[in-house]
Design a binder for this molecule. Structure first.
Ligand SMILES: C[S@@+](CC[C@H](N)C(=O)[O-])C[C@H]1O[C@@H](n2cnc3c(N)ncnc32)[C@H](O)[C@@H]1O
Length: 348
């Protein structure tokens, strides 16, 4: 090996050889990010990685055979993920490494959210040339929006919002655009008396929720239904009077239709006159700050731009709430992550 390196240096010159290596490394981080993410998605969505996390070493060949997977494709992915240090393979056995375990836990929501918006990325050339349009020709994967967002929000937004809900002594919570129900499930966990109901526009999302509720519905305290927040359906007959309305990352999808949002608030106020509101929303970050601190907000902005969603500033939200006749009882803005939380009630 040393002899080969020496020959290379003589052929290219030391500084050119070092520069080439450095530049390759730089390109490789992007190439590897893409290849690794595709392999990770594939094994994650089919439950293989969760099985490794739960059981430790497993025979990848046996697992693949039982699932009817192509052995060569699986062998390729296992070899690759072993090579880059996310899995450890010993003969037939494979297990998660420490970095693999980390990837499966904390940043999992990021990886799920990327999968949710992957159709935009896969169709970028056609979207650029106008052959395809978001909404008309392609959609994000809604269940993964809910899953990824639910998991990421567990890190900051939900704890803050739950504290606001409980601080208002809410007993019956209605969540608009409830996604995977993670927010409400957490409320049911921390408060054994609270009753929670979610509505979501997407039948696919609600079916996912119903499958989860079949395993645990917190003694019937957590329910869900398909519904449009702009035309709220009848709620379950046994639901006690709603005293708190929540929404996390639901309203910004309609920022370009502010009159619709205002009309929604008007009808919510007419139907639930004494309810308080706890709202979590994206708040625009300063682009100069983001350039200096290139956090995951950059990817998030990209997803939003590709799927015709807007991000409003904290001031824009305050203006909308004011126009909707709501006054702010409590507010927390986190510029670091581009998120804000508002507790509101009907202005006198
Ligand atoms: C970004 S996700 C947020 C999900 C969840 N609130 C969370 O914290 O993760 C937005 C959710 O709002 C739902 N949604 C969008 N428009 C809606 C509408 N008009 N009525 C009810 N739900 C809606 C979507 O189906 C999606 O599940």
């Amino acid at each position: 090996m040393i002899g080969q390196i020496w020959r290379l240096i003589r052929l290219l010159g030391l500084s050119r050889a070092v520069r080439m290596k450095r530049h390759h490394q730089q390109g490789l981080s992007y190439v590897r990010g893409y290849a690794a993410t595709c392999c990770w998605w594939t094994l994650l969505q089919r439950g293989f990685l969760d099985r490794l996390a739960a059981e430790g070493p497993v025979s990848w060949r046996d697992h693949g055979r039982r699932q009817g997977w192509d052995e060569q494709v699986l062998a390729g992915m296992v070899e690759y993920l072993d090579g880059i240090g996310l899995l450890a393979r010993r003969d037939e056995q494979v297990e998660l490494t420490d970095p693999g375990r980390v990837l499966l836990a904390e940043p999992r929501g990021l990886i799920e959210l990327l999968w949710a918006y992957e159709p935009c990325l896969a169709n970028l050339p056609d979207m650029l040339t106008g052959r395809k349009q978001y909404g008309r020709d392609l959609q994000r994967r809604i269940t993964y929006v809910g899953l990824g967002s639910g998991r990421l929000c567990e890190q900051l937004p939900y704890p803050v919002m739950r504290r606001m809900v409980l601080g208002q002594k809410a007993r019956t919570v209605l969540d608009l655009g409830c996604g995977d129900l993670a927010f409400l499930a957490g409320l049911c966990r921390v408060d054994p008396e609270i009753r929670c109901h979610g509505i979501d526009f997407s039948p696919e999302m609600v079916q996912f929720d119903r499958d989860q509720l079949a395993k645990n519905d917190y003694q019937g305290r957590l329910t869900v239904q398909v519904g449009d927040m702009f035309d709220l359906p009848d709620l379950p007959a046994d639901l006690p009077p709603v005293d708190c309305i929540t929404a996390c990352d639901t309203f910004h999808e309609y920022l370009q239709e502010t009159p619709r949002l205002l009309e929604m608030f008007r009808s919510l106020r007419a139907r639930f006159p004494t309810a308080v509101y706890v709202i979590g929303e994206f708040c625009l970050q300063d682009p100069a700050w983001l350039k200096k601190h290139p956090t995951a907000s950059l990817e998030h902005h990209l997803f939003h731009q590709l799927s015709n969603q807007q991000i409003g500033s904290a001031d824009q939200w305050r203006g909308i709430f004011r126009q909707a006749g709501l006054e702010i009882i409590a507010e927390q803005i986190y510029d670091l992550v581009g998120h804000g939380y508002f507790a509101l009630r009907a202005a006198p």
